[in-house]
Design a protein around this ligand. Structure first.
Ligand SMILES: Nc1nc(=O)c2c([nH]1)NC[C@@H]1CN(c3ccc(C(=O)N[C@@H](CCC(=O)O)C(=O)O)cc3)C=[N+]21
Length: 273
């Protein structure tokens, strides 16, 4: 059994991002990411600090905008600002707002976390578009591990707009046979235990156990659920699954760091276009 090391995958991405950022700066462009923070959610605050810290290291500038009202207006202003190359609107959003609605206000060329429904639509039909960084991280980790995706049976558990749906689209583009499961799925274990690759993105602590995993499967655990003692657990019971799977991503140290690195790589791409 292998633990897939997200930290080293992320480090390799950051090295490339730092080189590209230096090149852009030398040519007179300061690659800049704007982060819109609409709530004081704790997990979001952690992610924002992590982005800021990582961005500083690789030479990407960050502008943090805290705004709980007229989020759409703020996103339009940032979209119109020539000094901003990438925009991410953090979730969760305040009551009554959805990411699909506010995402409409992000210029597609700056939509580095794939929140505009147009980006998702382009992804669905195979046109170039930014995908949500977490969904991209799933594919990046599988690629780094050398998991064959063409013709593989991939089961995605979770259908959120930020992870499950776009991850399914990206995996489909890799010619995998993709099944998406969710809260209304009958006999979840019957589905997941057929999977060569199991992607857990439900957001429920340690929901998937040994009975969900096929011997030899590769398991990507997207969950980052805070625990009472200040730690973090995934959506997978890692210790129970380790003896069965051929590879698992740990939490922390799996999908999370790769997500942050890919978000910044998307900012470089947006700044260079
Ligand atoms: N529009 C949007 N896109 C997101 O991608 C998004 C979001 N909103 N809102 C908040 C969540 C949270 N999120 C995390 C990313 C990285 C880690 C991460 O790197 N965690 C470290 C460990 C942290 C620790 O040790 O406490 C790890 O997994 O190794 C965690 C959480 C992205 N999110």
């Amino acid at each position: 059994m292998t633990l897939i090391d997200g930290r080293s995958v992320a480090a390799a991405i950051r090295t490339q991002v730092a080189e590209d950022a230096a090149e852009l700066r030398a040519a007179g462009t300061t690659p800049t990411l704007a982060i819109l923070v609409p709530t004081d959610d704790e997990a979001t605050a952690w992610y924002v600090r992590s982005i800021v810290r990582t961005a500083e290291k690789v030479g990407v500038s960050v502008r943090v905008v805290e705004r709980s009202q007229d989020v759409g207006g703020a996103l339009r202003e940032l979209s119109a600002d020539p000094e901003v190359h990438g925009i991410i609107c953090q979730t969760p959003l305040p009551e009554g707002m959805t990411l699909d609605e506010v995402g409409l206000h992000i210029d597609v060329r700056k939509d580095v976390d794939g929140a505009n429904p147009t980006s998702v639509g382009r992804l669905a039909v195979g046109l170039p578009a930014f995908a949500p960084a977490t969904a991209q991280a799933v594919v990046e980790l599988l690629r780094a591990h050398g998991t064959p995706l063409a013709s593989a049976d991939v089961v995605v558990v979770g259908r959120s707009t930020v992870v499950g749906k776009p991850a399914a689209l990206l995996l489909l583009a890799e010619n995998a046979t993709v099944t998406v499961c969710h809260s209304h799925t009958k006999e979840l274990a019957a589905q997941t235990s057929r999977a060569d690759v199991l992607v857990a993105c439900v957001g429920r602590p340690e929901m998937l156990g040994a009975e969900h995993v096929r011997p030899g499967a590769v398991v990507i655990d997207v969950g980052t659920n805070p625990t009472a003692d200040g730690g973090l657990v995934g959506d997978v019971q890692t210790a129970a699954v380790e003896p069965i799977a051929s590879a698992v991503t740990p939490v922390p140290g799996g999908v999370g760091p790769v997500t942050t690195a890919l978000l910044l790589r998307n900012v470089i791409a947006a700044a260079g276009q």
